[in-house]
Every structure is written in structure tokens, then in C-alpha cells.
Write a protein that binds this ligand. Structure first.
Ligand SMILES: [Zn+2]
Length: 65
């Protein structure tokens, strides 16, 4: 009943990598995104993510278990 856990975790990791600037691929279409003013914009599918919220604090998520 927990088959979706690995997939969700992978997506979350990709999202975190994208927010940290470690990844430059759009999560929606896979094209290169543009970092500008605390926002990540995809010129291909026009999706956008806000990075300002997590930029001030380190997004450290230790594996506890
Ligand atoms: Zn895109």
C-alpha cells in the first residue's frame, strides 16, 4: 500500500535541488529554467517557483530513520 513513496521522495528531492540551484531542469517539462530575483521561471511551459522562502534558511533534511 506504500508503492508511491519512492516516486514522491524522488520528486521532492528534485524540487529541493531545483530550489537550491543544484538543478536547472524544469520539473514539469525538463527544459532549462531561469533563476531571476528569487524566482525560477521556465520559458518553455511558463511554470514558476519561488525560492525566496527557503533561501534564507538552509534546507537541511537529515534522514532520521
Ligand atoms: Zn517547464
Amino acid at each position: 500500500m506504500s508503492a508511491v513513496a519512492p516516486l514522491h521522495r524522488t520528486l521532492e528531492q528534485e524540487l529541493q535541488a531545483l530550489l537550491r540551484g543544484a538543478s536547472l531542469e524544469c520539473l514539469v517539462c525538463g527544459e532549462f529554467v531561469l533563476h531571476a530575483g528569487g524566482m525560477i521561471n521556465c520559458p518553455e511551459c511558463s511554470s514558476s517557483l519561488r525560492t525566496g522562502a527557503g533561501a534564507a534558511e538552509p534546507l537541511a533534511v537529515p534522514h532520521s530513520g
